[in-house]
Design a protein around this ligand. Structure first.
Ligand code: SF4
Ligand code: SF4
Length: 100
């Protein structure tokens, strides 16, 4: 079990209110709006924290680089993927890898 698996297990043990607070806190730490790939469409739709919530709903279609690897959230949660807006959240990308 790697760091992300342990983090995920911890999130599952939280109460709904603790979980919501954690998501709000992580959203506040997400630097996606400063990434070259982030778009005005995403800004207007308030899309953020793609690693946990999942990919963009049609607001991001072009890969202009990804700053996820430098993000403190990625380090804290033990994320091992990137480009979550385009490829889906960490769980989704791990699931797809296991299908190969
Ligand atoms: S890892 Fe990427 S999507 Fe997740 S909080 Fe950091 S910048 Fe945002
Ligand atoms: S997930 Fe990565 S590529 Fe997408 S906007 Fe956030 S930092 Fe940029």
């Amino acid at each position: 079990m790697d760091k992300f698996d342990q983090t995920f297990q911890g999130l599952l043990r939280m109460s709904p209110s603790e979980f919501s607070s954690q998501i709000v806190s992580l959203k506040g730490m997400c630097p996606c709006p400063g990434c070259p790939t982030y778009t005005d469409c995403s800004r207007k739709a308030k899309e953020i924290l793609f690693c946990a919530i999942g990919g963009s709903f049609n607001c991001i279609t072009q890969d202009l680089g990804c700053i996820c690897p430098t993000c403190p959230v990625a380090r804290n949660l033990g994320l091992t993927h990137d480009r979550f807006c385009l490829r889906g959240g960490e769980m989704t990308q791990r699931y797809k890898e296991n299908l190969r």
